[in-house]
Design a protein around this ligand. Structure first.
Ligand code: B12
Length: 435
């Protein structure tokens, strides 16, 4: 553990890090990093942790990140509950010369290097970083610690408007390609069980199901990977055909969690052993109760043991919750009237300065999330999706009035078109607009 006790004055820190005094003061003023304490006389006092924070920021700069992006990365990692310095060995105040060498071989340093190469569209560097990581650490650990966590960091940067769609696509392309190559290079199955893995309808995030396929294949299982957006009936049909011992479905979003539920229901009806996992279940654990099947836990690495347990003996599932009749009836009413609602909304929004493409995206997003939330028995899920959208719009410098105007018009359109069956939607919209 690096000491957080304030022990070093400014001069010692500048000597240790090689940073200019003005730069350090500017970092503190603008970004709040590091956060030195003050002596009674107002002089800065830094801890060993503060010194390592400065070095961490300097290393990110030397890898090509701007200081604001490096600080964002630091904040992102801290916000996720992790310590950005975790994994780096504690360094004494006088052994700075060894610091960069040691740091280079830690997972978090390799991840930062990979992320930064991806953000710079530097394919050679990104591949070399992975090659170096695989030459030091185990395949499973690199896939999780560098590639999966790196992709997750890039996703957060995109959300904060610090990375572009192209950077995210470039990184996920490289990530997928590497996992694919490792999968093709894995030895043939040595165990008799078959595991079928894929995404339910509307789910295009194939990285983690592919990664799970690799990890399970490397344990000798016969894994059949079906990829993105598999229609429910096709999933059920294949599970029967290959006599799958276990089917794993993965969802990252609320909308795909609802289609995952539909697919699980079809599979359990034919008595197939089913399991599931993904980002949305970590974010909203109460959705898990609505899924007929085994939840594989919050992490990919943890899920592997859980799969082994499920393959050993068939574990009885507890019955899944179902949405109330009011929710299901509202869902059917909404599906029937959706086209009319959206048509009157568009008419009302005509004078708005929003592009037709964005308007269509907004309509599609809200409509799909309303249906998913009703299917999963709680309109509050839409509030959380709207919170996500609000932050996204804010970080992309959009005026909040655009969204509130859209929501008011949406509510009017629902009032106009739905009567009788739409109470949960109407209440939610009324509440949402008021608060
Ligand atoms: C790469 C990526 C894409 C790529 C996917 C490429 C591919 N072939 O996989 C593409 C470009 C296709 C894409 C598309 C979209 N994406 Co996207 N995408 C991502 C990104 C950056 C990584 C996805 C991923 O692989 N996640 C898995 C790992 C890397 O992330 P993780 O959350 O840390 O994983 C942990 C847990 O979630 C859990 N877990 C995850 N999967 C599994 C599986 C199992 C079995 C288990 C047990 C656990 C588990 O374990 C991990 C910890 O160990 C995420 C950001 C993110 N954090 O997920 C956004 C993200 C998922 N995407 C998002 C969005 C909005 C979209 C689009 C709607 C964008 C658009 N406008 O078109 C579309 C929707 C596509 C669809 N309908 O499915 C949002 C979703 C937000 C929301 N409210 O729904 C996210 C969260 C980005 C963000 N920060 O806001 N995306």
């Amino acid at each position: 553990m690096l000491s957080k006790i304030p022990a070093f004055n400014l001069k010692a820190v500048l000597r240790e890090t090689g940073l200019a005094a003005d730069t350090l003061r500017a970092w503190e003023r603008r970004y709040g990093l590091p956060k030195p304490q003050r002596t009674g006389g107002g002089h800065r006092l830094y801890s060993q942790y503060d010194i390592e924070t400065i070095k961490w920021l300097m290393t990110r700069q030397s890898e090509g990140l701007s200081i604001s992006r490096a600080v964002d990365l630091w904040n992102e990692i801290s916000a996720s509950g992790a310590d950005p310095l975790a994994g780096s060995p504690p360094l004494g105040i006088n052994n700075a010369s060894t610091s960069s060498n040691t740091n280079e071989t830690t997972m978090s340093a390799l991840r930062t290097e990979w992320v930064s190469a991806c953000l710079n569209f530097n394919e050679i560097q990104a591949e070399q970083t992975l090659n170096r990581a695989f030459s030091i650490f185990q395949i499973e650990d690199v896939c999780i610690e560098v590639i999966q966590k790196g992709l997750s960091e890039i996703g957060k940067l995109w959300y904060m408007n610090h990375a572009s769609v192209q950077q995210e696509h470039f990184a996920s392309g490289l990530a997928m390609r590497r996992i694919d190559a490792l999968l093709s290079a894995s030895p043939p199955p040595s165990r008799p069980q078959t595991v079928l893995i894929g995404c339910p309808p509307n789910e295009w995030h194939t990285f983690t199901p592919l990664l799970s396929s690799l990890l399970l294949r490397r344990r000798g299982l016969n894994v059949i990977y079906l990829g993105a957006n598999v229609p429910t009936e096709r999933f059920a049909e294949t599970a029967m055909k290959v006599r799958a011992n276990l089917v794993i479905l993965v969802a990252q979003t609320l909308v795909s969690a609802a289609s995952l539920q539909t697919t699980l229901l079809a599979l359990t009806k034919q008595n197939t052993n089913v399991a599931f996992g993904g980002r949305i279940f970590n974010l909203r654990p109460n959705i898990i109760d609505y899924m007929p099947g085994h939840f594989l836990g919050n992490t990919i690495e943890g899920s592997i043991q859980e799969v082994e347990r499920l393959l050993k003996s068939r574990i009885k599932e507890k019955p899944a919750k179902t949405a109330s009749e009011a929710h299901i009836s509202a869902m059917h009413g909404f599906v029937t009237k959706r086209t009319l609602i959206e048509a009157s909304l568009k008419k009302e929004l005509q004078p708005l300065s929003i592009s037709p493409e964005e308007l269509n995206n907004g309509i599609y997003f809200l409509g799909n999330n309303i249906i998913a939330a009703l299917q999963l028995g709680d309109m509050e899920h839409v509030t959380e999706e709207m919170d996500w959208l609000k932050t996204l719009l804010k970080t992309h410098n959009r005026a909040p009035q655009e969204l509130s105007h859209f929501m008011k018009s949406y509510s009017n359109a629902v009032d106009e078109q739905i009567n009788g069956q739409g109470d949960p939607i109407k209440h939610w919209l009324k509440n949402y607009i008021e608060t």
